[in-house]
Design a protein around this ligand. Structure first.
Ligand SMILES: NC(=O)c1ccc[n+]([C@@H]2O[C@H](COP(=O)([O-])OP(=O)(O)OC[C@H]3O[C@@H](n4cnc5c(N)ncnc54)[C@H](OP(=O)(O)O)[C@@H]3O)[C@@H](O)[C@H]2O)c1
Length: 339
């Protein structure tokens, strides 16, 4: 089979090489999928620069989500059969013509679902559902801030929060994204390049503050978001995009310092707190949790609550372009690469 290996850290142009390798062999609880398409995730950019700790060493096969048909089932696989079309979380190994996935993190999907929508249901929608409906347990009418709101995870979070009649504040970096967010119902889209998000939100929510903040950025934005929380507030930190983009050690240390320093007594007295989330860790240690999330996500899509937005589809020979587009911060929603 062909597989797009990451062979060199750095810019997309020199990073990948298509290699001919053996197909992976599914273990007893796994399925082998003939991949129709795989999704890009923002962590792929960090991995490409060698800044993603959980990624395998070079030469590495990236890829967290695929859509395709089951080619082979391991001996203990139940409820899935050869020929079924599935969307699946692959936890690396997705940038290939064939990929293996644990049966629990693969869900049957109809042939009518576009490849981009199918892959968006894996990592990005699962992360959003876990963040919104497990970790923070958002409630009706809460006030919710979503950073990178026009991204893959961001749009899914916005849809889940709006479904619960929340007031949603969403940060993004362009007017086009602001308009997109307004179009899907986000009441307060904020272009952070034009307005200070913290001052804008404070003027709108006053001292009662926000209920929930979803932060995949880190740095100063994390501290600002924490300050915006009112009593009962929950902030989730699930990414460090700002840290990844710092080129010098000094820049990285400064960024880390800007996260702020917190003590549990502070959380107690103000009745608010910060939670971390790393899906990779949960999938490794408690895969049954992700499995449940995946099945629920497919249901949420069928009910029309999750409606992934696919920004661009690329063929495998344009993988470099696909990576550049995600890195450019111009993309909205999912980017998918087809074999
Ligand atoms: N912890 C987990 O398990 C988990 C799981 C899935 C995703 N994530 C994280 O969730 C985030 C979103 O992932 P995604 O795949 O859906 O990507 P995405 O949101 O579609 O794309 C990333 C967005 O982040 C913003 N961004 C990029 N570089 C930045 C920087 N240096 N400083 C501030 N903002 C920056 C940009 O939005 P604007 O330009 O509009 O601001 C960009 O469009 C990523 O940070 C990812 O690592 C974490």
């Amino acid at each position: 089979m062909k597989a797009a290996y990451l062979v060199k850290y750095g810019p997309a142009t020199t990073a990948f090489q298509i290699r001919e390798v053996e197909r992976p062999v599914p273990k007893s609880n796994q399925i082998l999928i003939k991949v129709q398409a795989f999704g890009l995730n923002f962590a792929d950019i960090a991995a490409r620069y060698g800044k993603y700790r959980g990624a395998p060493p070079l030469p590495a096969l990236l890829g967290y989500d695929v859509v395709g048909t089951i080619e082979k089932c391991g001996a203990n696989v139940k409820n899935l059969n050869v020929g079924d079309r599935v969307a699946a979380l692959t936890l690396f190994g997705g940038y290939a013509e064939y990929a293996v996935a644990e049966q629990g993190v693969a869900g049957k999907i109809s042939k009518s679902i576009a490849p981009g929508v199918a892959v968006a249901l894996a990592t990005q929608s699962c992360a959003a559902h876990y963040l919104a409906n497990r970790l923070t347990n958002i409630q009706e009418n809460e006030k919710v801030l979503i950073h990178a709101a026009a991204g893959g995870v961001g749009i899914a979070l916005a849809q889940l929060a709006l479904h619960k009649n929340c007031t949603v504040f969403g940060t993004c970096s362009s007017q086009k994204k602001v308009e997109y967010l307004r179009g899907i119902g986000v009441q307060h889209p904020i272009n952070h390049r034009e307005k200070d998000f913290s001052e804008t939100i404070r003027a709108l929510v006053g001292t009662r503050g926000l209920d929930v903040v979803f932060n995949p950025i880190g740095g100063k934005s994390l501290k600002q978001g924490y300050r915006l929380l009112g009593a009962g507030g929950r902030l989730v930190s699930y990414g460090v995009s700002s840290l990844n983009s710092k080129k010098t050690i000094f820049g990285r240390l400064k960024d880390l310092w800007q996260f702020g320093v917190y003590h549990p007594v502070q959380f107690l007295s103000s009745s608010k707190g910060i939670i971390g989330m790393n899906m990779l860790k949960i999938a490794e240690e408690k895969p049954e949790k992700i499995s449940k999330i995946m099945q629920e996500v497919i249901q949420l899509q069928q009910e029309g609550i999750l409606r992934p937005h696919v920004d661009a589809e690329y063929s495998i020979d344009r993988l470099v372009e696909a990576h550049r587009f995600l890195e450019s911060r111009k993309s909205m929603g999912k980017i998918v690469v087809k074999w």
